[in-house]
Design a protein around this ligand. Sequence first.
Ligand code: AMP
Length: 446
Amino acid sequence: MSFSQLGLSAKVLAAIEAAGYKQPTPIQEQAIPHVLARRDVLGIAQTGTGKTAAFVLPMLTQLEQGRARARMPRTLILEPTRELAAQVAENFEKYGKNSKLNVALIIGGVSFDDQDAKLLRGVDVLIATPGRLLDHFERGRLLLSACELLIIDEADRMLDMGFIPDIERIGKLVPFTRQTLFFTATMPPEIQRIADTFLHNPVRVEVSRPATAAATITQLLCHTGRDPHEKRETLRRLIRGAENFKNAIIFCNRKREVALLHKSLVRHKFNAVALHGDLDQSARTAALDAFRKGEAKLLIASDVAARGLDIPDVSHVFNFDVPHHADDYVHRIGRTGRAGKLGTAITIVAPADSKSVAAIEKLTNMTIPWMEKSATVATEGDAPVEARPPREERSRGEHRRDRTPQPRRQHPDPARAPRSRPQRDHDEPDMSHLPAFLLRPVSIKA
Ligand code: AMP
């Protein structure tokens, strides 16, 4: 099927051609005609399936008729994170360049007054995170009574982030007669309940089973010990030893861990940025930009912060922590191996993680192989370490050195050997201030 058969306007078709898209993705093919027919749609699709364009393209066509009034947006898109909201706004810029629409981004962490001025001018498309939207509403700066179309994107992530009460409240502020599009990657019972209350006689469009990992991803497990210091060391070895490394996303379960790991990797001279909920907006945007442009090779992130971000071409995903929810594993590793490219996903497994690994294997219906011990025991060198450039950029000598684990070189006379202080990680006790005799091994006679 081609885009021209979906009922989109000539302006939108021209923008699609300019974007270089040859044919609609399955979610676009199935959803666009229903959206244009003003039906409610329940879309079950992950990011990477082209789901954003599945609602942005028909919206652009619909919005060509009519115009916005001050403080009364015509359409509303709710997103769980600021980055996702910004990404959807970028889609409107890309596909809407032939249409003169006012798009406003209402997210936390940026100036309230600029957003207010935009709302006053009249908005065709309002893209918002729930909290900031309700702030504007409570201040009396926004009315949702003229909103004809409501889109709830990443609904299951909204649930994880505790936004459902806000979403339900916003739902009551938008006229009952509106059209609603509801997208989620998974369908737990609570999301089914919300979908039932929001949607009227919806068309259900499902493009891939939530628990399928792309066949282009090599998945591996790697043993580590309980000690956090050892875990970080394991990760550093994995990064250094990674084949065909270009860049990587490293996932942690908690934002505190993201911050700690980021500090540790930077101290070890890795070119890394972090993305977690406690960073202010400008720091989050800067981190993401640096990673997208290739200036930073490692992005350390929590599930919440990274969910849904469109970062093409990631060669590796490392799970520093095994995710507690097996669904998250599928989302995480889906950041690599996109669009037919090859990717590698390595999960670091401590002894306490066996239950979570079993749940992942059950959900994905596969046994994930363990890495061979030899692949993970390379010693850490003394030289400053950096995320390695892609294989093709490395010289032959470097290549050989990287692959063969070298023991530390020994001084011929141990007594005169310079004392080298091992590189410390942040939670290892600092013993450099202790007198040497206290650090000498002692033998105690019975
Ligand atoms: P999404 O699932 O919305 O995050 O989209 C994933 C990526 O697919 C984005 O980078 C889009 O630019 C791209 N994309 C969307 N629709 C198409 C299409 N019909 N053909 C090729 N790429 C597309």
